[in-house]
Design a protein around this ligand. Structure first.
Ligand code: NDP
Length: 478
């Protein structure tokens, strides 16, 4: 689509040939990616999330701040008449300019690391792939280049953090916890500004007009995004920056700050807090070690950039993925050694499955099938698909190794790891278990969306694949 074509023109064009008429069922034209048409249920969900998601996050954080992380606390207090909504709101720390300065400094520092410090880690870390790398083919048939330097940004940030905590004492290591709610306002402002900017940019100066998708529905386009890979200049890629930094670099710092707060309040860090810090740090480090692989995941390959990614990366991820650590500041649970070992094992086995499944697909795709999976030549299904420019491309779907057990075994491993973070917090409250509930919904929904997309992209080839590998997450069950 050109920048001057209206959404209506695109829809008409699709009706003419976009659904594959005349192309054969299995060769549809550039049909992967998010929806073109918005049904009423999607629209209702979008409006609900746009209006309510910031308050959902606030509710969780405020429950901890005012009710020791009892999720029923605010509701019971309202029901019994002890508090009004106004009281709950007034008791929460509000926006402060001092916090805004910290937040702006943090974002600027991450922008600096992302744009101004080219990767050197790949020059001396064996096995690490960084520097300039190719992304996956976009629906318009483009292959974008990315500067991969997330691991370096993570290391520099954490070395500075630890140097400050141990030697320089420029700021307290509890700084994140101490500003947690005022920081929430700043993160929300950034999230909405970024999403709004992305929408305006898509209309006025898109990076690649052919990769834009307009449904004509304002709310849906705002939430799910229009541009596929919005960039400022040649290298500042919105998706790569916002998903990885500030959100994921911050994740481990937030946990460290929570651990520091426990130490401050109780004179010790509990084994549950150590477990949460260690298991989540493995996950975060894995993400940055494999940032090049991340270029081939759904977020970069299929999602458009809107509120869902922009606000989600700024607010949802740093606030709700770190709830276990926050809970442990208010409830310093010390679990038994047996429980701690079981949690650690579950987390490590889940991580192993997650990593190996992702690794097998990555290796298979990188070598075009010229590799070994579980000691044997991999089996696969040959596929073809068309990009929006009408060009035919070839692809392969792996059916060996973990990919022969279920179609999304990487999600299964991820869910085992997620459960382990929650179990680390003991069984006193529901709040630490939010993560596994959320991840289950997210990954099952993602699995269904991905399969729908792959089915549109690969047509009959996808059907052959699902006939061969019958289960999604759990062999024999689902
Ligand atoms: P995948 O890495 O599984 O990627 C799915 C894509 O892989 C499909 O769209 C298809 O793309 C390709 N594919 C599907 N089946 C096969 C096959 N058999 N052989 C080869 N290629 C195949 O999914 P995600 O990007 O969602 O997830 C990546 C990881 O990130 C997962 O481990 C997930 O658990 C994790 N994750 C974590 C989240 C979090 O918030 N913590 C959120 C989301 C994901 P193509 O068009 O190229 O064929």
């Amino acid at each position: 689509m050109t920048a001057t074509q209206s959404p209506g023109a695109v829809k008409r064009q699709r009706k003419d040939h976009g659904n594959g008429a005349g192309l054969g069922e299995k060769e549809q034209l550039g049909q992967w990616g998010r929806a073109w048409d918005v049904d009423w249920f999607s629209l209702a969900s979008v409006i609900f999330l746009l209006l309510c998601a910031p308050f959902i996050v606030f509710y969780f954080v405020m429950s901890c701040d005012q009710f020791q992380c009892a999720l029923s606390g605010p509701l019971l207090s309202l029901y019994s008449g002890k508090s009004s909504i106004r009281d709950l709101w007034d008791r929460a720390p509000s926006f402060s300019w001092a916090t805004a300065e910290i937040y702006v400094l943090w974002i600027c520092f991450q922008v600096f690391l992302y744009r101004c410090v080219p990767d050197i880690c790949h020059k001396f870390l064996p096995g690490y792939v960084g520097g300039v790398q190719d992304g996956a083919r976009t629906p318009a048939g483009l292959i974008n280049k990315y500067e991969i330097n997330g691991l370096q940004a993570w290391i520099i940030t954490h070395v500075l953090w630890l140097a400050n905590a141990n030697y320089f004492n420029w700021f307290s290591p509890t700084i994140i916890f101490d500003h947690w709610i005022p920081l929430l306002w700043c993160a929300n402002i950034l999230g909405y500004v970024v999403a709004t900017f992305a929408m305006i940019k898509a209309y006025l100066f898109p990076t690649n007009a052919k990769d834009c998708k307009f449904t004509g529905n304002f709310f849906y386009d705002y939430m799910m995004g229009i541009e596929f890979n919005p960039r400022i200049g040649k290298w500042f890629d919105f998706k790569l920056f916002f998903n990885g930094r500030p959100g994921i670099v911050a994740w481990t710092l937030i946990n460290l700050s929570f651990a520091a707060k426990q130490q401050d309040l109780y004179g010790q860090v509990t084994n549950s807090m150590i477990l949460v810090n260690v298991l989540q740090a493995i996950y975060v480090l894995d993400f940055f070690w494999n940032e090049t692989w991340y270029l081939k995941t759904i977020d970069i390959c299929h999602e458009h950039f809107g509120w869902y990614l922009g606000w989600g990366d700024c607010v949802w991820l740093p606030y709700l993925y770190t709830l276990q650590g926050l809970y442990l500041v208010y409830n310093p649970v010390q679990v038994s050694t047996g429980w701690a070992v079981a949690v650690l094992l579950l987390g490590l086995i889940g991580y192993y499955i997650f990593r190996m499944t992702n690794h097998q697909k990555d290796l298979f795709r990188r070598t075009d099938g010229n590799c070994k999976i579980w000691g044997k030549r991999p089996e696969y299904i040959e596929c073809t698909y068309l990009s929006i420019d009408g060009k035919k491309h070839h692809s392969k779907l792996l059916i060996s190794g973990f990919w022969g057990l279920a179609r999304h075994f990487n999600y299964t491993g991820d869910l085992m790891g997620s459960l382990s973070y929650c179990l680390a917090g003991g069984s006193g409250h529901l709040l630490p278990y939010f993560y596994i509930i959320y991840m289950s919904i997210l990954l099952i929904h993602r699995c269904i969306r991905d399969e729908h997309r792959c089915s549109s992209k690969y047509g009959n080839h996808w059907k052959r694949y699902t006939d061969t590998v019958a289960y999604r997450l759990l062999p024999g069950l689902f």
